[in-house]
Write a protein that binds this ligand. Sequence first.
Ligand code: NAD
Length: 256
Amino acid sequence: MLKNKTALITGSTSGIGLGIAKALARQGANIVLNGFGDAEGPKADIAALGAQVAYHGADMSKPAEIEDMMRFAAAHFGRVDILVNNAGIQHVARVEDFPVDKWDAIIAINLSSAFHASRLALPAMRAANWGRIINVASVHGLVASAEKSAYVAAKHGVIGLTKVTALENATSGVTCNAICPGWVLTPLVQKQVDAKAAALGISNEDAKKQLLGEKEPSMQFTTPEELGELAVFFCSPAGNNVRGVAWNMDGGWVAQ
Ligand code: NAD
């Protein structure tokens, strides 16, 4: 379905971003990966699916590096047709204790990077009259949890940015939508599981159950594969008139 399209997924060396990259690769898209850590393993995973793959290590907190990444992707594959703004980090502390540098980093990586990548991708999408911008927000773009001020503020901002981007392009073939996962067992969440296990002196398995029990009625983690299929839907012809939605995949978290 996505043959001859190019998808750039930020923060795709791990977790949800890699899951979305694989799902888009299975549909035939060329893939541009981004993120820290080992890139060779993820590149090999994508190549094994038969897709063309490139990697750029831009630090998404740095606008100049984002500009370089977008130029690299256009030079490599001609154009970015699908942009998935996924890179994100977390830090947990009460407002009065929240380290200022962590606040700035979360706003830069989780919110401003989506603005920068989108502003740079939109002109070519508009010229082609086809494009998909998918912002990986969170249930925390819809509701809050204590001790996550920067994350919740950034994710609510991402949903606002999604709506504005959708409206500004509503009469074109460019759509913008947000995905709002509940708990997904990636390294980002494993850190929170480990912290809970250590704080309460309980096993990893019990910490996972507690984490789910507090928020997610299904008592199941959402998977990167499931989120990848939602991204594929947004890219499909049936997604042509889906504009500005924030679609949660959260085991009932936000229904409560
Ligand atoms: P993860 O830690 O597995 O992956 C994060 C990715 O972002 C990695 O590839 C990492 O290298 C990259 N990254 C981090 N900082 C970066 C930077 N400055 N520049 C470039 N890349 C950077 O986390 P994940 O759980 O897969 O999270 C992906 C997205 O999904 C995030 O936006 C997160 O907020 C969101 N999300 C996650 C969950 C969850 O339960 N895991 C739930 C809702 C939303």
